[in-house]
Structures are given as C-alpha cells and as structure tokens.
Design a binder for this molecule. Structure first.
Ligand code: PLP
Length: 401
C-alpha cells in the first residue's frame, strides 16, 4: 500500500531535463524493432581512454576507497589549477579549486551560495535546463536572455540582457560554447559582456563544459578579462573532453573566497567525490591527449557530414559551429512543408516517419516573447558517420517529398 506523502511546496518549481523523455520515447520505438538514429542525448559513444580507466582501477586496488578531503585530494586540485589556469592565462593553486561529482552540481551550489530568495538571475534561454530549475527551486527570479541568429551561428542578445538588469540582479550565468546553440562569443562580444558584469557588480557562473570541444582557434574564457576572475566561478567538467560523462567528475574553479563557500556544500552533501575517480582525473589531466585528439577529429567529421546534409534539406538552414557537439538548425520553413504547426509536432512526425530522434528548442526553456523562428537540436556525440548519413538522408527524403 502506498502512503500519500505531501511534498514540500518547493517541489512544485523543481524542473527537469525533458530531453531524457525523448530518449525514453526513442528507446520505446527501438524496442518495437524500428531503427532509431539517436541525435537526442549529449552523451559520447566513445570509451574513456585506457590510461584513465587503468588509473582508477589501480587507485581502487591501492585502497584509495575511503573518505578524502571535502574539497578534493590535493594533487587533483593542484593539477586542475595548473590546467584550467594555464589555459586561461591565470596562475592558480589548489585553493582555487573545489572538486565536484560532475560539472552539474556546481550550478545548484553556486546558486545556493550566492543567491537570496527574490534575487534576480540572468541565464541563457535556450539553455541548459538546470539553470532555471535551480534558480526557481531556491526562490530566485529567473530572467531568461536570448540569442540572435546570424549568418555564422548565434550571438548574445544584448538588448534582452541590458533590458533585464535591475538593482535586484545579482547573478549572471554565461555558457560560452553554448548548449544547445553552440554560440561562441567573439572577442568583442565577450568584452562587452565582461564590462556589463563589472559595471553592475554581478557574480558570474561561467559554464565552461565545452571549453575543450573547440574545432578551430583558441578557446577563451571570460575570466581572462579585466575585473572578471574575482567575480566568477568556472564550471569545469571531465565529462566531455575525456569521454567521462558517467564517472561524475568536475570542479568549481575561481577565487578562493568564492570556491571555499562551494566546498561547504560538499561537506553537507556528498562529503567528497569518490577518491579513486579523482586519481583517474589526475591521469586524465597529466596523460597523453591522443585519444582526445582522435575524438575531436571524429566529432569534426560527424559535424561536417551532418551540416552538409541538413543544410541541403528543403526548408532547413544551419551554420557550421566551431564548438560543442550540437547543431541547432532553423526548421521554421520545413515545419510548413510537413504541415506541422508546432516544433513538437515536427519532431514527432520526423521521428515516426524516419526514426531520426532529436530534441527541440522547447527542451531548453520556454520560448521567449517575440520569438518567431523554430529550431531543433541534433547532438552528434552518440551517432557514427554512417548512421548520420542514413538517418539524415531519410529526413531529407521526407522533406523533399
Ligand atoms: N552544463 C552544460 C551546458 C551541459 O551541457 C552539461 C551536460 O551536458 C553540463 C553542464 C553538466 O555536465 P556534467 O555534469 O556531466 O559535467
């Protein structure tokens, strides 16, 4: 017998990642014998490099299985300080690092640490759904800002950012190399944003999950700009660069006075990240990068093939992004060709008729006022080139019919 348990009021505003529901739908279809082309989830179909796996088993066999310091083991904190700081032109030490069980926990901990109920938080929409979920759950006021589609991809909508900054705005969430649009700020855009954050004295979460998933050029972080490091917490993750999504290893990196507050949640929450996983993290940071380079060339090939086919489809256009493993094509016209009124209807029709499974703009937040274009998101992290060709070929046929 089930007992009716009244939930805490705040559970009404806890969000979720609705993309997982698309995965369940695709799995259901596959179980009925339909061939599904999985463009929906941002997971990698590549094995974590061998030297990292071996470091974890070695650590386990050496007995590194007990509790360890809340903020992480010193050698990992130091390795992260060197790696993350070095790539951003900063000289950091272990005190600038709080190890986390994944990148995701940094989001909630950052919000709990620096936001009071009623504070306003600017965050990207479309964007990673956990920002809005955590802001609302902890009693803040979520203020979504959008992006503008350009010939080369997407740019920050400064009009929507500037219009929404008020004296109650406390935090700004920035996800350069952005999920789902792959937006990457150029120098001018990043500088303009940094100046705004300094001017309005905002505390910034810089979600740098895709910092290392960059195909061309040099990755840049807003913390390298004047006045920014001291007000910013970087979300760092091992998930993407080292194909370690399921290991759950990440970190908050930033000035010691901000990062040490984040570590206080470690004490109250998970106590520490699994120690043998942290030793594997050291092997990842200090080991060879040939598997990472191989992954990047695999992803590049997938991106190029997918962009070419998508861009040739009737009523679809997409720019070739330089970062992440997502494509965010505009499908507004294609929806009309298929006689579908909403992007969700479009998604379902394409899935049912071709097996091509993807998420849409609506899985990354509610559309903003005045938004009149429709987009879908295709992740090419978990699908090989042959299936990309076959699946998108089917989708093209459907749209050409
Ligand atoms: N932030 C963004 C923008 C992401 O896309 C993801 C994962 O997809 C995360 C954070 C969290 O990743 P993880 O918890 O695996 O580090």
């Amino acid at each position: 017998m089930q007992v009716r348990v009244p939930l805490a009021k705040r559970m009404e505003v806890l969000g979720t990642e609705t993309a997982f529901a698309v995965g369940a739908e695709a799995a259901d279809l596959a179980s009925k014998g339909v061939k599904v082309y999985p463009f929906h989830l941002g997971d990698l179909d590549m094995l974590t490099p061998k030297h990292i796996r071996e470091a974890a088993t070695q650590a386990m066999n050496e007995g590194k299985t007990g509790y360890c310091p809340n903020a992480g083991i010193t050698p990992l904190r130091e390795a992260l300080a060197e790696d993350v700081g070095g790539a951003r032109g900063l000289s950091l030490d272990g005190g600038n690092v709080s190890v986390q069980p994944g990148g995701k926990p940094v989001i909630g901990k950052f919000i709990m640490a620096f936001m009071d109920p009623g504070d306003e938080v600017l965050y990207p929409n479309p964007g990673f759904p956990i920002y809005e979920s955590m802001i609302g759950f902890h009693g803040g006021k979520p203020k979504p800002y959008g992006f503008i589609e350009t010939e080369n991809g997407f740019a920050l909508d400064f009009e929507s950012i500037e219009r929404q900054i008020t004296p109650a705005t406390k935090l700004f969430i920035y996800n350069n190399y952005h999920n789902p649009t792959s937006a990457a700020s150029d120098d001018a855009e990043m500088k303009r944003l940094a100046e705004l954050c300094v001017k309005h004295d905002l505390i910034v979460l810089s979600d740098e999950s895709y910092f290392d998933i960059l195909f061309d050029g040099q990755a840049k972080s807003i913390v390298s700009l004047p006045g920014m490091f001291e007000r910013t917490v970087i979300l760092y993750t091992f998930s993407k660069k080292f194909a370690m999504t399921g290991w759950r290893l990440g970190a908050a990196v930033g000035p010691e006075n901000l990062v040490s507050v984040i570590s206080r949640f470690n004490v109250n929450d998970e106590s520490c990240t699994a120690q043998f996983i942290q030793w594997a993290g050291i092997a990842a940071l200090k080991g060879p990068l040939d598997e990472y380079q191989k992954m990047m060339s695999t992803l590049r090939e997938r991106r190029d093939v997918a962009v070419e086919i998508l861009d040739s489809m009737n009523g679809i256009h997409v720019a070739k992004p330089q970062s992440t493993f997502y494509l965010f094509p505009n499908v507004t016209e294609a929806m009309g060709h298929l006689g579908t009124k909403t992007v969700e209807e479009f998604r379902k029709k394409v899935l049912d008729e071709t097996g091509v499974s993807f998420t849409t703009r609506n899985h990354f937040g509610s559309p903003l006022e005045g938004e009149n274009q429709s987009y879908i998101r295709l992740a090419y992290s978990g699908i090989g080139v042959e299936d990309i060709r076959e699946g998108l070929g089917r989708m093209k046929e459907l749209l050409d019919r």
